[in-house]
Design a protein around this ligand. Structure first.
Ligand SMILES: NC(=O)c1ccc[n+]([C@@H]2O[C@H](COP(=O)([O-])OP(=O)(O)OC[C@H]3O[C@@H](n4cnc5c(N)ncnc54)[C@H](OP(=O)(O)O)[C@@H]3O)[C@@H](O)[C@H]2O)c1
Length: 328
């Protein structure tokens, strides 16, 4: 089987984690890495034994030995860089959020279709074995009809305007950084909500420090919360008419699940271990490899429409809490 060769763009913290996982897999190689500064690219390349290092992203997009580009920059640049890479004929795996609003996501999808290349938002949780098992058990009716979800994702960071997480020019804020995960969980289980009620608290930069929303569905309610100023349990709770599923700390990269079948004193709890390979990026990488080897332009597990639906949810939350980025 042909080895798929990767190009890595934006050599920050997640690029290191991703590359460590990529190196665990066979049938892949890292052809090149690119940073805005050549020195940094060379250091990164040396650390991971990569032959080519570029001091600009464009050079990597134009490298004919690169099949697929992983984009790991801050949010504001995702759409523009994904489109540039695809216009150079590259397949793209772009970190979440694929883009900051639905208008941008549509442009990214149009570029994928125009260039007939594979493109996927790097929503790694969709490929996490524990989350996949939870979805399968729910699909099999093991906990009955799901009618409530509670998912939080909050860390205590040192809020500083220099930090990318609070920088409005980089589309910072807790919702787009972490809140997308609880929104994702409700979406993959219950679909698009019929109504959203959202509220937020803000840093002086204008970025949201805390965001909470209630999603209403015809037969269910979901609660999401994201934040930067306290650590939350980061346990996702999914309640159904016949039982419950818990995704343990840190739920979006869970290493197993607990399922409680039945209610009241009759309930029986089962803990299922489902460890990830590496940190867990391997699973989304394997999906990319599967799609590329099978000439698929999008994943069936996390489709272009899924990315568009998800950004529709964050757009509505942002509209309600008046969170607008300067470049929008
Ligand atoms: N899947 C996950 O679990 C996970 C976890 C954390 C973050 N993420 C996502 O991954 C992306 C990157 O997050 P990160 O934590 O790795 O961020 P980070 O450490 O700040 O790194 C981002 C990199 O982007 C590049 N960049 C390009 N334009 C930039 C600009 N104007 N300002 C600052 N950096 C710029 C820089 O690389 P060069 O200097 O090399 O050009 C920088 O090192 C975000 O989309 C984030 O939401 C995902």
């Amino acid at each position: 089987m042909k080895k798929i060769s990767w190009g890595i763009v934006g050599l920050g913290s997640i690029a290191h984690d991703f590359v460590k996982d990529l190196l665990l897999l066979e049938n892949t190689l890292i052809a090149a890495v690119a940073s805005r500064t050549l020195d940094k690219a060379e250091q990164f390349a040396e650390k991971y034994g990569v032959k080519k290092a570029y001091g600009s992203y464009t050079e990597l997009f134009q490298d004919p030995t690169v099949d697929i580009v992983y984009i790991a920059t801050p949010h504001h640049a995702h759409a523009e860089l994904s489109i540039e890479a695809m216009d150079e004929g590259k397949h793209v795996l772009c970190e979440k959020p694929l883009a900051v609003n639905a208008k941008q996501v549509k442009k990214v999808i149009a570029a994928a279709q125009r260039n007939r290349v594979f493109m996927m938002e790097a929503f790694w949780s969709r490929f996490n074995p524990a989350i996949r098992r939870a979805l399968a058990l729910i699909g099999q009716g093991e906990i009955g009809m799901v009618n409530y979800i509670n998912a939080d994702f909050s860390f205590a960071i040192q809020p500083s305007p220099e930090n990318r997480t609070l920088n409005m020019d980089l589309a910072g804020g807790s919702l787009m950084d972490m809140g997308v995960y609880p929104c994702f969980l409700s979406y993959v289980i219950l679909g698009k909500p019929t109504q959203i009620l959202a509220t937020g608290r803000f840093h002086e930069t204008g970025a949201d420090l805390q965001t909470a929303a209630i999603f209403k569905y015809e037969n269910a309610i979901a609660n999401m919360m994201s934040g930067f100023i306290s650590q939350s349990d980061m346990v996702a709770k999914i309640y159904g008419t016949k039982g419950r599923i818990f995704l343990p700390f840190i739920w979006h990269e869970a290493q197993g699940i607990t399922i409680v079948r039945g209610n009241g004193n009759e309930a029986k709890s089962e803990k299922i271990d489902l460890p990830t390979n590496g940190k867990g990026f391997t699973h989304e990488i394997e999906e990319c490899l599967f799609c590329l080897h099978n000439n698929r332009l999008e994943s069936t597990l996390w489709t272009h429409q899924n990315s568009l639906d998800l950004v529709g949810i964050t757009d509505e939350i942002r509209r309600q809490i008046s969170l607008k980025y300067p470049f929008e």
